[in-house]
Design a binder for this molecule. Structure first.
Ligand code: ADP
Ligand code: MG
Length: 305
């Protein structure tokens, strides 16, 4: 990975040459295609804390995979609809969305629309209707398994996707439980900040509960450190602590804190489209490649302590 990068040691190096090279790697993926997984992978992106980078990681990882030739579906399971916005997908009230799919009124394919980020990237949007679902689901039959039903292998075959990423709301309510039942893998973004690990125990014990009662295949396959600020000692401390807890489950790539990453959704774009030469874009491409490489041999390393 880094061995191919233009660096200060490269003859003729300038900061602009380095940025141009990063942009080329993001924008001309044919030279750096990513492997398709042996089996379709469903990943739930969860952390009940808000603002840790769930949505940002979902859309940028999905876009990176899609731009490198892999077919990806993003399920926006947060009533705020931030993932839909970042992917340039309509999510006004009345738009066919994940809400109708949860209710079993429509097939997931009817709600899946191509993102402006890539033709290989589909998104099932969330409308504000979803805000009521948390309560409406309570009285429904098989309430924890509605999303799993909507994401049946047959339904996913029809839209022909290799990866499904489910972007969860910042809570451990029924929507998140539905996501944990529907997926095999959990991807937990952890912000390199104070209290980063606080509340993680609760998430992990919920995952254990879902595994023992509803979904024996569920496991934490991926930890992604986000908003890393190299200028602070704290960021390194959090990184070290997370790596000692989670070992190889944590990706080697760390996502830096970057203004470009936070600006992109304001333009209904991923950071890959908004500023392909930025470190944020490049780090999401590197993280996506690690994820793809783990899936390529069909043996995904997990819970790696
Ligand atoms: P969550 O979905 O977990 O609530 P978001 O992905 O929406 O979190 O991120 C929270 C905020 O932090 C957003 O405003 C987002 O733009 C910003 N953000 C996320 N990742 C980064 C980053 N690497 N650098 C700078 N800002 C970021
Ligand atoms: Mg979010």
């Amino acid at each position: 990975m880094t061995d191919q990068h233009v660096s200060r040691e490269t003859p003729g190096w300038t900061p602009i040459a380095e940025e141009a090279e990063r942009a080329a790697r993001v924008l001309h993926p044919d030279r750096h295609g990513m492997p398709r997984p042996v089996h379709r992978r469903l990943l739930t992106v969860a952390n009940q804390k808000g603002g840790v980078g769930k949505t940002t990681s979902t859309v940028n990882l999905a876009a990176a995979l899609a731009m490198h030739g892999v077919r990806v579906l993003v399920i926006d399971l947060d009533p705020q609809g931030n993932a839909s916005t970042a992917l340039g997908v309509e999510h006004r009230l009345g738009t066919p969305s994940v809400y109708e799919a949860l209710l079993g009124e429509i097939d997931i394919a009817e709600a899946a629309v191509a993102s402006t980020a890539s033709p290989n990237l589909l998104c099932v949007p969330a409308t504000i209707d979803l805000a009521g679902a948390e309560i409406e689901l309570v009285s429904m039959v098989a309430r924890e398994g509605r999303l799993k039903q909507a994401l049946s292998p047959e339904a996913l075959d029809r839209i022909d996707v290799d990866y499904v990423f489910i972007d969860c709301p910042p809570s451990l309510g029924l929507l998140t439980v539905n996501a944990l039942v529907a997926a095999d893998e959990v991807l937990i973004p952890i912000q390199c900040e104070y209290y980063a690990l606080e509340g993680l125990g609760q998430l992990l014990s919920n995952i254990d509960l879902v595994r023992s009662h509803l979904n024996i295949d569920l496991h934490v396959s991926t930890i992604l450190l986000t908003m890393y600020d190299g200028r602070t000692k704290l960021a390194d401390q959090v990184t070290t602590e997370v790596r000692s807890h989670f070992g190889a489950t944590a990706l080697r790539t760390v996502i830096p804190r970057s203004v470009k990453v936070s600006e992109a959704p304001g333009y209904s774009q991923t950071v890959l489209a908004y500023d392909p030469g930025s470190r944020g874009a490049m780090s999401y491409v590197d993280a996506a490649r690690e994820i793809a490489e783990r899936g390529a041999d069909g043996r995904i390393r997990t819970d790696g302590r």
